[in-house]
Design a binder for this molecule. Sequence first.
Ligand code: DX5
Ligand code: ZN
Length: 222
Amino acid sequence: MPPIKIAPSILSANFAALQDDVGAVEKAGAEYLHIDVMDGHFVPNITVGPLVVEALRARSAMCFDVHLMIENPEFFIDEFIAAGADLVTVHVESVLHLHRTITMIKEKGRRAGVALNPATSPGAIEYILPLLDLVLLMTVNPGFGGQSFIPEVLPKIRVVRDEINRLGLKTEIQVDGGINKDNAASVVRAGANVLVAGSAIFGGSDIAAAVRLLKKAAADGF
Ligand code: DX5
Ligand code: ZN
């Protein structure tokens, strides 16, 4: 099982002081910076584009984990990579030629992830798993921060973890949506190793303490 990593989602950060909030999670030892990109079509919300990624890139050395919740993500992958994305995740539900899209990301020397909505079967990525650096299992229906964790996704995490282990892969499993100190151990126990958290990290007054608390809660799942 790969080491546990924390990926604060900037969706719940203070956009008027983004640099400070990103600095706080970086200093607190969070491994990935999760950047939620929404287009108002694939999901009913609009967030940020490559310009924000580029602006943050100049201020942070964190691994930029860009979660594309957009239609036709292949049209924008080059731009996000040029802006500073280290890891690019596309939704299986929004891509027609998944192998081509994944290859496109990897040919640029970046890490590639595929996200699955809660209702999507893991069979959708079965034949492409060896190519993936990360599988993102959504634990809410994407579109908004601050939603409640869907526990029915737990068995799917286990299915994907077992398959990754069976094939001897190093693919990471990320969970995203409603993750907090109360459910962190359960997702880790099911096989996740990268925990995205927005409101649980940026929702309170002490960002560093929230990162530490989540890390500690996740470690209890080992
Ligand atoms: C949901 C996003 C998530 C979300 C996480 O559409 O992909 O990254 O903002 O926020 P919380 O942890 O508040 O659910
Ligand atoms: Zn996300």
